[in-house]
Design a protein around this ligand. Structure first.
Ligand code: MSP
Length: 646
């Protein structure tokens, strides 16, 4: 049986609600799982909920609910949130399930039989909020080092002989340099182990909630010892003889449960039971909100659904592409080493820059030009080496990034190909090739389409709805195999492409800021001046007056209709070395496809103005037709872009 790529998130406590911090770990695992599936591998992506702890029981009591009903409800909330965000987990394990309890009790028995567990009296401090024991010397002002309340416990209990496992653990860490990632966090683990590990009390008096100790039903198994075992329970251990086809796994979590639990206790438990260790244990940093970690107890939680709805209502994305927008923002903000302050500003910035601008422009311009210059079909002609190399480099970058578990870097490499394409279009200027009837035009247009098709494949693990939407616009129905991605044969000459449709409308950041300001007590607004009639031109002007107006030849490189207006068109023009955005009331007369590549005359020193919330940095010259519609002025011969008109 083929070896499965198994990847896990922590199982989440059901005393909380799912927020974007949890969604971050989900995304990292989901993107990695999708990448391996796209490569044709067997994948097992495990997540779930941690339901046995004392704090869960206390949360249920506080909510005045039966503990079983409470955990069912919150666990379902987590599941629903992950389903709404389209996370493709293969198993959702709950620690109240019999398969989990069976695995926990079995492992306990194995360790007891092997002499790794013994009975003793435990007296000391217990932090219920973090479900950990705290040394007297670690207390700060009578609280745990995390600032949580502690309580004194004194009981006969079972202990795990962790102190004996420091050395073999260190040997494993040294022999497997990528076992713990990132390196900075691995160093913390090394110094933690080097300080000397202490035996761990792994049972509690049975409060009527939890997994009973086999043969000592008055006790339950300590929640961390119990929870970690979910990872092998979900592979089928101990009953399924094939469980090892799904093990070892890659474990992801945030930093707070890395050193003591996932990087030390868990491998030690497995080692003691003579079971194989996880292949890799990786921790990311936190999403913070303001100064503190985003968490329910801090009351600073952004719900993942809230973020998705934001892209639907504020940007106008479809529901499935809004989910991709959330995924992109999570990946772009991923705190691999440090922490990230997760703000709405950051979210809007990444969305606009990667999706609305880079991806939107590349798609819109490429498709528009294939319609205009090649009759809407992918032309023949070999893709230029520059494009083939950029595709190969981006693919390599994405592969390396996933191999190193860097979803953030995979996003960078894939979006990098799209940015390359935008530059390639600017420099190869298909409109100029068309005008000059240059035979390179076909190769350039085909290269543009192939770069887009390849970028669709490379973003797919991260943006699973965007990739097929891009392919549909390119007229491609199936997805190429990963190995084939970027090959010219995947985009046959003659493929009929669709009309470009914007996938990610731009977020109007100024409008959003204004909305935030509006919710604050507003300054009285100055009254709007009535619209002034157009000034009449005087019968004569002096030559110096004319010279105040700087007219230049510009080339339209992008054109897009403005939603909500049948008249306005947003244009990007180049004046030689300089790019400008110009809003022009020409959409009734001209289609974007008629404009891209065309030369026009603009007033280059007109003071910028805002039209439909967009900055307009100049004005196009046009004559009035008999019905008042515009007729654009165009040099009769090709002029250098940016040349002066006088
Ligand atoms: N139940 C334990 C885990 C047991 S695993 C055997 C637990 N649960 S938790 O609900 O507190 O989830 C913690 C995990 O949620 C973090 O390790 C991380 O994966 C994710 N995150 C929760 N808040 C987060 C942030 N603010 N930022 C980043 N990750 C966050 O601990």
């Amino acid at each position: 049986m083929a070896q499965t790529f198994t990847i896990t998130t922590p199982i989440y406590y059901v005393n909380s609600v799912p927020h974007v911090g949890h969604a971050l770990t989900m995304l990292v695992c989901d993107a990695e799982a999708a990448y391996h599936r796209l490569r044709g591998e067997e994948v097992l992506f495990i997540t779930g909920t941690d339901e046995n702890g004392l704090k869960v029981k206390e949360a249920a009591e506080k909510a005045g609910e039966d503990a079983h009903a409470f955990v069912d409800r919150i666990s379902a909330d987590f599941r629903r949130t992950w389903d709404d965000l389209g996370f493709q987990y293969d198993d959702f394990i709950r620690t109240t399930e019999p398969r989990h309890a069976r695995a926990v009790q079995r492992l306990f028995e194995i360790l007891r039989d092997k002499g790794h567990i013994y009975q003793d009296k435990y007296e000391g401090w217990y932090d219920v909020s973090a479900e950990t024991f705290v040394r007297e010397s670690d207390l700060v002002d009578g609280k745990s080092p995390d600032g949580n309340e502690v309580r004194w416990v004194s009981e006969d209990n079972w202990f795990f002989r962790l102190s004996a496992l420091g050395e073999p653990l260190m040997a494993h860490i040294e022999a497997n340099p990528d076992f713990l990632l990132p390196a900075s966090r691995k160093n913390e683990v090394v110094s933690f182990i080097n300080q000397g590990l202490r035996d761990l009390c792994i049972t509690r008096t049975n409060p009527g909630w939890g997994i009973p100790v086999p043969g000592d039903e008055g006790k339950v198994i300590y929640v961390w010892f119990d929870a970690l075992i979910n990872y092998i329970a979900a592979t089928g251990w101990p009953d399924d003889p094939n469980w090892q086809t799904k093990w070892p796994a890659v474990h992801w979590m945030a930093k707070e449960i890395f050193t003591r639990f996932h990087a030390t206790l868990w491998p030690a438990m497995l080692m003691a039971a003579d079971l194989p260790l996880p292949s890799q244990v990786i921790a990311h940093g936190w999403f913070t909100f303001g100064k503190s970690k985003m968490s329910k107890s801090q009351g600073n939680v952004i719900a993942p659904g809230e973020l998705r709805d934001f892209f639907v209502t504020e940007a106008g994305c479809s529901a499935d592409l809004a989910v991709d927008a959330v995924r992109l923002c999570l990946a772009r903000c991923l705190p691999y080493e440090g922490d990230t302050n997760f703000t709405w500003d950051e979210v809007a910035k990444h969305y606009n820059s990667d999706l609305a601008n880079d991806l939107g422009n590349a798609l819109n311009r490429s498709l528009t030009m294939i319609h205009k210059f090649a009759g809407g079909r992918v032309p023949g002609g070999a893709v230029e080496p520059e494009v083939a190399e950029a595709i190969a480099a981006a693919k390599h970058g994405v592969e390396e990034a996933y191999a190193a578990h860097r979803v953030d870097q995979a996003a960078e490499s894939a979006i990098g190909l799209i940015r390359f394409l935008n530059k390639y279009i600017d420099t190869r200027a298909p409109w100029a090739l068309a005008k000059a009837e240059d035979p390179a035009l076909g190769s350039v247009l085909r290269g543009m389409a192939l770069a887009l098709a390849s970028a669709a494949g490379l973003v797919e693990p991260l943006l699973p709805a965007t990739a097929p939407a891009m392919r549909a616009q390119l007229g491609l129905s199936g997805r190429p195999e990963w190995a084939q991605l970027g090959a010219e044969e995947t985009l046959p000459a003659g493929t009929e492409i669709a009309q470009p449709q914007p996938l990610f409308p731009r977020l109007d950041v100024k409008k959003l800021t204004a909305q935030v300001e509006e919710s604050a007590p507003a300054e009285p607004k100055p009254k709007k001046e009535p619209k002034k009639p157009m000034p009449e031109a005087p019968a004569q002007i002096e030559f110096p007056d004319f010279m105040k107006v700087q007219l230049k030849v510009a080339r339209i490189v992008e054109a897009e209709r403005m939603e909500g207006s049948d008249k306005m068109m947003k244009l990007q023009v180049t004046l030689g070395g300089e790019s400008r955005q110009i809003m022009a009331g020409i959409a009734k007369k001209y289609a974007p496809v008629d404009l891209i590549g065309r030369q026009v005359v603009v007033v280059a020193n007109l003071k910028p103005a805002r039209l439909m919330g967009q900055e307009s940095q100049g004005m196009l010259l046009a004559a009035d037709d008999v019905d008042g519609s515009p007729i654009l002025l165009e040099p009769s011969d090709e002029a250098p872009d940016g040349s002066l008109v006088h």
